[in-house]
Design a protein around this ligand. Structure first.
Ligand SMILES: Nc1ncnc2c1ncn2[C@@H]1O[C@H](COP(=O)(O)OP(=O)(O)OP(=O)(O)O)[C@@H](O)[C@H]1O
Length: 774
């Protein structure tokens, strides 16, 4: 076909490549072109893409196959595209159509083009397989002409018009094939990624659909079993009638059943009544466990569960003995103020308060429940919400009884010192009622609105700081203090109780892992600094986990842990004695204090700078402690001569007393003598001896007054590595409570006059002079 000029039709929404058969709608321009082709050029015309910025350089020569109606009803024609042709300049021709010169492109097909064509066919087949277009695959297989194969890309839906135009304008067969191969590869790669994504999405969908179906089936099964529908009034009636309830409870419950019967299903009250009935039916109304009232067995149980604590165990056993005797004689448990109706175990964390409670329950053959009171500020937490409340619940006491499953459990009221009170009522007042034997046989929970007899419950309370317990509550309790353990105690507890438990948790046996006493001692002394053994237990757990891993991965059959091995297992020791370093400068003295965590050492730092005389206090000190500092300063000024202080020192200096750690609030008078010592040390330039610690209140004329918590303080002194302590004379009797091991490790000076403290605690002047000279 070598026609020199043809009518041309520019197409904007379609790129036609050689070999394609395309239907087109006949608008005016198309009609003119088709008419011109049929009348003047043997039915042929040139199809070319309409470009925005220029005339296309190539088009295809097409023949008009058919003219008729399109599906939409308008005029249309079917054109069959033949050869690619270069477009020359416009020429005039018959009819209304545009005419252009055309020069058909002659193509040469090389072997390389054939190879490329085969490659392209493979790719196209891959694309078509994904779409499962099997018929078209057959047609592709039948194609042999590389040029036609390349131009078949005109049908590819994944190519843009832009890309198709580029193919039209690439007359070289090899080049055309290479281009289209690259595009098809890209398309396949993208399709794989999106397939993957689709698959993931589909899997997710299937999972939700599956769950949905399962849930529907579950609902159907429930319904079949009669579980789906809420229980009706009749079910409740028979449950109430057959349950072992006290008469008044049964009457109240039946009244509610009647109400339920009358209320409609849609009424929210029906749901409330059901929840209430469920709660009442779940309470262990008639349930009691039989008490074991064997005092010797109780002591044996406490001994089996706990190392040491002799005095504590004795007190508990006495309490149990009296209780059981009164019960035997039919006497009521004594109540009211000072009755000691409840044992209060007070002491720092991890000293075994909770586990003693459990032991008591075990010894008496009772169930044990713990009620955490820490942070309870709302009375309703103890006594329940009124039922009219949305989401009302019974209080913690009722829940504890429910959990215990018997009316005479041991209930551990944990952390009674941490109950607060605010506008929501006073939980402590509610607790008073719970604990008072005169009232607690008719305890009324707001939610339950029934009398609950708590008189058979054995309450044990625990607290860290006795001073924070409301006085009225404290009055009713028998205080038993646990002050903390000595190093030797800790080693024994770790060896005999904690280690066996941790071995078991890590699924290890004594034959596989052992730990020496020396290592345990190192753990107690330098890896932990606590009154109890909580941290110690954690470290042992960690060591056992590491040991288990070592056994699992290594070829060893047994691990023996000694002191030097700790570093590898647990890292470096966290606590090392710091007193020497802290007291190296004048003005710092080591005090002994009791916090909620047990005894501790605390450093009092005093410094002076030029300026207006005055006293600044920092470190979150309470009022009493601030006053102590003022008293101490006044005392030092007034007794400058006795203390060897130059009076002029304080005249033109601002004094600053700080008690680290600054973020912990501190209060109490017992740092008095420590402050006097720190200030004297500052004014004389004589540092406080690093091995010395002290505690005692001081009066304006230097008398040393007694303090509380001596045992805890001395335990802390020993823990911190101090060897000498000054304590008030009037605390001398308390020294009997201090474990022998601690008393042996410490030189204890009992003092009545603060001058004796200062004399004993400061580094002697000649020593200071000698050090300075050196
Ligand atoms: N004397 C002891 N003999 C054996 N084990 C002990 C002894 N003292 C404490 N323990 C163990 O130490 C761990 C911590 O004790 P427990 O939880 O009873 O402390 P706690 O005083 O109740 O502390 P908290 O005030 O934080 O509740 C427990 O595993 C307990 O068994």
């Amino acid at each position: 076909m070598t026609q020199a000029s043809l009518p041309v039709l520019f197409l904007s929404d379609l790129v036609v490549l050689p070999g394609m058969v395309v239907p087109i709608a006949l608008d005016d321009a198309a009609q003119a072109a088709v008419d011109a082709a049929r009348s003047s050029s043997g039915g042929e015309l040139l199809l070319a893409p309409r470009l925005e910025d220029r005339y296309a350089s190539y088009g295809v020569v097409a023949s008009v196959e058919r003219v008729g109606r399109t599906m939409g009803g308008g005029a249309g024609a079917v054109l069959r595209a033949g050869q690619r042709a270069r477009i020359g300049s416009g020429v005039t021709g018959p009819g209304a159509a545009l005419w252009v010169e055309v020069e058909p492109v002659a193509e040469t097909v090389t072997d390389h083009a054939r190879e490329l064509a085969e490659e392209y066919k493979r790719l196209v087949v891959a694309v078509l397989q994904r779409r499962e277009a099997w018929q078209i695959i057959d047609q592709v297989h039948q194609m042999t002409d590389p040029s036609k194969i390349a131009d078949a890309a005109g049908y590819a839906p994944y190519l843009t018009d832009e890309q198709k135009r580029e193919l039209l304008e690439t007359p070289d067969v090899e080049e055309r094939l290479e281009t289209v191969i690259a595009w098809t590869r890209d398309h396949l790669a993208e399709a794989e990624v999106s397939d993957k994504i689709n698959e993931d999405v589909r899997e997710g969908m299937e999972k939700t659909q599956r769950e949905f179906l399962l849930r529907q089936q579950l609902a159907a099964i429930r319904k079949e079993l009669g579980e789906g529908e809420p229980e009706g009034a009749e079910d409740y009636r028979s449950r109430v009638e057959s349950a072992d309830l006290p008469e008044d409870v049964r009457a109240a419950a039946l009244k509610e059943v009647d109400k339920l019967e009358r209320s409609s299903e849609q009424n929210p009250e029906a749901a409330w009544i059901r929840t209430w009935l469920d709660t009442v039916l779940e309470l262990p109304w008639g349930e009691r466990t039989d008490d074991v009232n064997d005092v010797t067995a109780a002591r044996a149980q406490l001994d089996a569960d706990h190392h040491g604590l002799d005095e504590v165990k004795e007190r508990i056993v006495e309490y149990l003995a009296v209780r059981s005797r009164r019960a035997e004689r039919g006497l009521q448990v004594i109540g009211g103020r000072g009755s000691g109706a409840v044992i209060l175990l007070a002491g720092p964390p991890g000293v075994g308060k909770t586990s003693l409670g459990e032991s008591v329950a075990r010894a008496m053959g009772r169930t044990f429940v713990r009620v955490a009171l820490g942070g309870v500020r709302d009375e309703a937490e103890i006594r329940g919400h009124r039922r009219t409340y949305v989401g009302a619940l019974p209080g913690r006491i009722v829940r504890a009884i429910k959990e215990a499953g018997s009316m005479n459990p041991v209930v551990l009221l944990d952390e009674v010192d941490k109950v607060g009170s605010d506008y929501r009522g006073d939980p402590a007042a509610a607790l008073l009622e719970v604990l008072d034997p005169a009232q607690n046989h008719t305890f009324r929970d707001h939610y339950l609105e029934l009398d609950l007899d708590l008189s058979d419950v054995l309450f044990i309370a625990t607290a860290n700081v006795v001073e924070q317990i409301p006085q009225a509550l404290l009055d009713r309790m028998e205080l038993v203090t646990l002050d903390g353990y000595t190093e030797e105690d800790k080693v024994a507890i770790a060896r005999d109780f904690l280690l066996p438990r941790q071995l078991e948790r890590a699924a290890l046996t004594e034959a596989e892992v052992s730990i020496t006493d020396a290592a345990l001692r190192e753990l107690a002394a330098n890896y932990t600094r606590e009154a109890g053994v909580r941290q110690m237990e954690r470290l042992l757990a960690k060591a056992m986990r590491k040991a288990a891993t070592k056994l699992a991965v290594g070829d060893r059959e047994r691990i023996d842990i000694d002191e030097p091995d700790l570093k590898e297992l647990l890292g470096r020791p966290r606590f090392t004695p710091e007193s020497a370093e802290r007291t190296a400068v004048p003005g710092v003295a080591t005090g002994l204090a009791v916090t909620g965590m047990g005894g501790d050492v605390l450093f009092i730092e005093a410094s002076a700078h030029e300026g207006t005389a005055g006293l600044t206090l920092t470190g979150q000190l309470g009022d009493v402690m601030k006053e102590s500092a003022q008293i101490a300063l006044s005392f030092v000024k007034a007794h400058a001569a006795d203390l060897g202080v130059d009076r002029a020192f304080f005249e033109d200096k601002a004094i600053h007393v700080h008690v680290p750690a600054g973020a912990t609030p501190k209060d109490g008078p017992s740092a008095g003598i420590t402050m006097v010592t720190a200030l004297t040390s500052l004014a004389t330039g004589r540092p406080v001896r690093s091995e010395v610690g002290m505690t005692g209140e001081v009066t304006l004329n230097g008398r040393v007054l007694p303090i509380g918590g001596l045992k805890q303080k001395l335990l802390a002194a020993q823990r911190a590595g101090l060897t000498e302590v000054f304590v008030p004379l009037r605390n001398e009797p308390d020294l009997d409570d201090v474990p022998a091991e601690v008393r042996e490790a410490l030189t204890v000076h009992v003092v009545g006059d603060v001058l004796d403290v200062v004399r004993g605690a400061l580094t002697p002047a000649d020593e200071v002079a000698a050090t300075q000279a050196a």
